[in-house]
Write a protein that binds this ligand. Sequence first.
Ligand code: AMP
Length: 221
Amino acid sequence: MNIILLGAPGSGKGTQGDRLEKLFNIKKLSTGDILRHEVKEKSELGMEVKSVIEAGGLIPDEIMIKLISNTIKLVEYKNGFILDGFPRTLAQAKALSTMFSDRKIHLNAVIELKVDEQILIDRVSLRYSCAKCNMSYNNKFKNTEVQGVCDNCGSNDFIHREDDNANTLKERLNIYHVQMEQILPYYKERQILYSVNGMNDIDDVTNEINIILKSAPNILT
Ligand code: AMP
């Protein structure tokens, strides 16, 4: 099964992606995580994208499309994937469709997580993640079960993203709204778009996505 999660920064794509990974035994593929890893490693790509990420801008389509094209080939995605953070522009969405049809990959569903702007701002300013396994948490809405210990891998090391600050977030939200005006109709026309209220309780959001996926056409492909 292959799905796309769409949603503004803080809408819960990371959290739901982590849960869907376990529920459906498919891998989350977060372009933001990949890029942050490259920045951390100071790779050529990392050095190229660092300042754009810090400013809350978008990395050029050409780079992102190449990155996704090379990544989905990897063996870890052979059971399927949950795309988080891609596509972010109509050009990326169209390139993805071409990639899928060339490689005979079936896209089962595109799930949009809808969250009001003020809630996004609260969530993003309070979120943090495990430095080792990347599991996402939030100081107000979803802390670790044992304080200072990652529920998933037991690490004691946590990070707060540098681009999760008020100014950068404003830019990221503006870009998100502009781009979604083109991306949402693209998937709606293809009758593959489902919207979920991302302001509900985390478990309820997961349940709703689960119900959608189980009733989506060709779910077993
Ligand atoms: P995210 O973790 O999805 O919020 O992504 C963090 C940052 O990485 C974004 O603000 C962009 O600068 C960059 N990025 C991630 N995915 C994409 C994409 N598909 N297209 C362009 N830029 C991206």
